[in-house]
Design a protein around this ligand. Structure first.
Ligand code: HEC
Ligand code: HEC
Length: 307
């Protein structure tokens, strides 16, 4: 803060306070000339609409008292707390210090509650009822907006409770998906294939998933597939968890398996992002949420599966 603003604030604040005090003193001293009317009320002599009179009663004492209390409060406050420019206040209180103090308390209680879980493997966490309970809460707050409150996913957001995984479903892979995040990169093929090529390839993708389709179209699509898709989705369409290229034979889709959606996927590509949780909620919490996901798989914490 430059010296100008320092003094600017001090002068305006102090002048306003002083003016208020002067005004209060002045109004309690000044006498407005008045006369008594026939009922014994003090009036200023102003009359409107024939019988409306302006009376001249002093302000109630409690009302004036309130003003004096606010003035006294402001002065005490400005002496104790920072309010006048750069002046720190006698108490030395500051927003930052209070924030730091509260964060420190929060951190300590967090360490106390969660710290023990840092040393446990994900499989151990997934069999620990308390850890699963915390993971469930963390999931509800940080993941359900995308993956759904039942973790069954939505268009564009994968289902986390079926046995179909894009990036792999073993504990290490799930942990990595959650803690470090994932970035899928399926490039667009609109230019390379043209609309006809896109349609044929889409038909072949449907055949890969076991649908009855036009055999000629599928055979033509297969040619395209062998040229451009095989590198990521594999010769049999089984996908590649390292690249996040999904298995196209399962008939389970993140974006959709109808002809139009398949064509959009092939034409424009897809770039799904799973945000890395370590930078958002911290590694300990991210691992607890991952453990909760693991616990939903067959063989873990079955009781939490039932709900
Ligand atoms: C902003 C939306 C969003 C949030 C929030 C989010 N995710 Fe995801 N997540 C995604 C997307 C999108 C993908 C798929 C990425 C891709 O296209 O491959 C994904 C993928 C995953 C995968 C890998 C799935 C697979 O089939 O391999 C796991 C596991 C996962 N998320 C768990 C979580 C957990 C646990 C949380 C909360 C801590 C979470 N996600 C929060 C969007 C989100
Ligand atoms: C460079 C690797 C790469 C190539 C080449 C590639 N894909 Fe993909 N594909 C991916 C990835 C990664 C995803 C996941 C995208 C996401 O989750 O956002 C994906 C997703 C898809 C999906 C969406 C599936 C769903 O769950 O909704 C379809 C369909 C698909 N690819 C078909 C194809 C076809 C057909 C070709 C060839 C024309 C092809 N891909 C070429 C990497 C590739």
């Amino acid at each position: 803060m430059s010296t100008f603003w320092h003094w600017y604030i001090i002068i305006i604040t102090v002048a306003t306070l002083a003016a208020t005090i002067w005004f209060l003193l002045w109004t309690s001293r000044v006498r407005i000339p008045s006369t008594k009317d026939e009922h014994g009320n003090e009036t200023t002599g102003h009359v409107w609409d024939e019988d409306l009179r302006e009376l001249n009663n002093p302000l109630p004492r409690w009302w004036l008292g309130l003003f004096w209390i606010t003035v006294a409060f402001s002065i005490v406050y400005l002496v104790l707390y920072p309010g006048l420019g750069r002046y720190q206040g006698l108490l030395g209180w500051s927003q930052e210090a209070q924030y730091e103090q509260e964060m420190e308390i929060a951190r300590a209680s967090f360490e106390e509650r969660f710290g023990v879980y840092d040393t446990l493997a994900l499989t151990e966490l997934a069999s620990d009822p308390q850890a699963i309970e915390m993971g469930r809460n963390l999931y509800a707050h940080n993941c359900s907006t995308c993956h759904g409150s039942d973790a069954r996913g939505a268009t564009g957001y994968p289902n986390l409770v079926d046995e179909h995984w894009i990036w792999g479903g073993n504990p290490g892979q799930i942990e990595q998906s959650v803690v470090q995040g994932r970035r899928a990169a399926m490039p667009p093929f609109g230019d390379a294939l043209g609309e006809q090529g896109i349609t044929r390839t889409a038909v072949y993708v449907q055949q890969l998933a076991g649908l009855e389709v036009d055999a000629t179209m599928a055979a033509a699509g297969r040619q395209h597939y062998r040229q451009v898709c095989v590198a990521c989705h594999g010769p049999e369409g089984k996908g590649n968890p390292v690249l996040g290229a999904p298995d196209l034979t399962a008939g389970i889709y993140t974006y959709g398996g109808d002809p139009e959606t398949l064509r959009v996927t092939i034409r424009n590509g897809r770039n799904g992002v799973m945000p890395a949780q370590q930078g958002l909620i911290g590694e300990t919490r991210a691992r607890l949420a991952a453990a909760y996901i693991l616990s939903l798989q067959p063989g873990y914490g079955r009781e939490s599966n039932e709900q």
